[in-house]
Design a protein around this ligand. Structure first.
Ligand SMILES: CC(C)(COP(=O)(O)OP(=O)(O)OC[C@H]1O[C@@H](n2cnc3c(N)ncnc32)[C@H](O)[C@@H]1OP(=O)(O)O)[C@@H](O)C(=O)NCCC(=O)NCCS
Length: 454
């Protein structure tokens, strides 16, 4: 499964921000949480995250807490780039000054008056971000790293000062990041003659994600997540979202549509995870990254192309693959006939049409909320390349899709892989359903029983 983890961390624990008064108080951080979060430090260290903040989020009273969360990410060695929107402020300025605008989100026509207000709104939002980051001792800089060209004439309409991204000066941004400076990217691009163009910030975040090779783009908006047909999704593979956008785009709520479209764009160009998070929620950002509580929506690229459900024709290959591990008592012995009988439980990992790893996923009829992974094996030559982790993540995903809330693993020799790498916890055999408890006792292998919340 993509990395929605199990740590609850409160930004207020860092001592520098109070919870937003409109929202329920969050418990303080516990020492055990720290231990949990430390596990992910090496995983995220050195990675780039693009955080895209809607103008409405910068205006929200929770923004102070969000700035603390950004400081937490920086302290974990995560390279953060901020891009912000201005829709909220632009609409406000237009109403205050009674100047009509031609478009609020940077996707339609931007006339000269709208561009003028957009520049003012942008300066205001960037300034608020500078203040928030300064309060958390973060160095930051507004840049002209986005080179832009006019979108031009679309369907006969000249969009005037609306721009598209021509080029992102990634060396400039990397230079800043390496110097411990958080780049702040406005939704304004600069043309070759220094002319300003208004750019949609959702699009800009996706473009930045690609240019910087970011592992995550995180959209923080005033929305609970990606809403499809009235339901906020917690996780979604990019292929499924792409299909929804193509076949039934009207099902996607108008508030999340632009983020959904740009999420697909980011994932198609190399970003592996896109999150949609409600930036008004206290601790929302930190919980989205470090917890499995499902604060927002995670849309993920298909890292699992090489994994497929096993077929009957695979039986002999699976048997041969796991034989050595069975001999070393790492795996339970299964005859070819047993593998064939339970073949629909097997998932295999292929490289050049060779099966080099496998895992099983089983469900219990009497406890549908529980699933069990087993027979995890990676050929020695391919070990330590992330394949075992991917297989378990994939099993988590499938188990969750089928309604399971907890995943079990029984292991004799690799239990520390499950606990220290995959975040399982040791539990007792009494958790097993009755029939499974019987086979557990009969096997005489006395494996450790491990469990993970999905
Ligand atoms: C255990 C196993 C599935 C791991 O698969 P893998 O593809 O090598 O693991 P990954 O590359 O995804 O993960 C690598 C990480 O797991 C750790 N790891 C690997 N095997 C481990 C083990 N037996 N115990 C603890 N940690 C282990 C590595 O140290 C590495 O940690 P790091 O990321 O902190 O450097 C594989 O080693 C294997 O097939 N072992 C033999 C069969 C077995 O014991 N199966 C489990 C039966 S329940």
């Amino acid at each position: 499964m993509p990395e929605k983890h199990t740590v609850s961390m409160s930004a207020s624990a860092s001592g520098s921000a109070a919870p937003s008064s409109a929202l329920p108080a969050t418990p303080m951080i516990k020492p055990t949480d720290l231990r949990g979060i430390l596990r992910y430090v090496p995983r995220f260290q050195g990675q780039s995250f693009v955080l895209a903040l809607d103008g409405a989020i910068v205006a929200d009273e929770n923004f102070g807490n969000l700035a603390v969360d950004i400081a937490v990410l920086r302290s974990l060695g995560i390279k953060v780039v901020l891009v912000h929107g201005i829709g909220h402020q632009l609409a406000e300025l237009s109403a205050q000054r009674k100047i009509p605008i031609t478009n609020v989100d940077g996707t339609g026509l931007t006339d000269a008056a709208t561009l003028d207000l957009a520049l003012r709104a942008s300066a205001r939002v960037s300034h608020l971000i500078l203040e928030g980051l300064t309060q958390n001792n973060l160095k930051c800089a507004i840049t002209n790293a986005v080179r832009s060209l006019p979108v031009g004439i679309l369907k006969g309409v000249d969009l005037q000062h609306t721009g598209r991204v021509d080029r992102i000066d990634k060396d400039f941004l990397k230079h800043l990041i390496d110097a411990d400076i958080v780049p702040i990217i406005q939704p304004i691009g600069y043309g070759p003659e220094g002319h300003s163009y208004r750019i949609n910030s959702d699009l800009l975040a996706a473009e930045l994600g690609e240019a910087l090779g970011a592992s995550k783009v995180i959209y923080l908006g005033p929305i609970a997540g990606l809403e499809i047909d009235g339901v906020v999704k917690r996780e979604m593979p990019v292929e499924r979202l792409r299909a929804v956008l193509k076949e039934t785009p009207s099902l996607v709520s108008s508030a999340s549509l632009s983020k959904a479209q740009n999420a697909v764009r980011a994932l198609e160009t190399g970003v592996s995870r896109v999150h949609l998070v409600d930036g008004r929620i206290f601790d929302g950002l930190i919980n989205e990254i470090f917890s499995n509580e499902g604060v927002g929506t995670l849309i993920y690229a298909n890292d699992y192309q090489q994994i497929r459900q096993a077929r009957r024709a695979d039986v002999r290959m699976i048997y041969n693959l796991t034989r050595a591990a069975v001999r070393r008592e790492e795996l339970l012995h299964r005859t070819q006939a047993t593998i064939e009988k339970f073949i629909e439980q097997f998932y295999v990992f292929e490289i050049d049409e060779n099966i080099i790893a496998c895992v099983t996923l089983a469900f219990y009829a009497d406890k549908p909320q529980l699933a069990e992974v087993g027979s995890l094996y990676v050929l020695p030559f391919y070990q330590n390349r992330g394949i075992g982790r991917k297989l378990i993540e994939y099993a988590c995903l499938r188990a969750k899709e089928k309604g399971a809330t907890r995943l079990l693993a029984l292991s004799t020799q690799s239990y520390s892989f499950f606990t220290s790498v995959m975040n399982f916890e040791e539990t007792g055999p009494e958790i097993l359903p009755e029939a499974r408890l019987k086979t557990y006792a009969e096997s005489g292998r006395n494996p450790k029983v491990l469990i993970k919340d999905l």
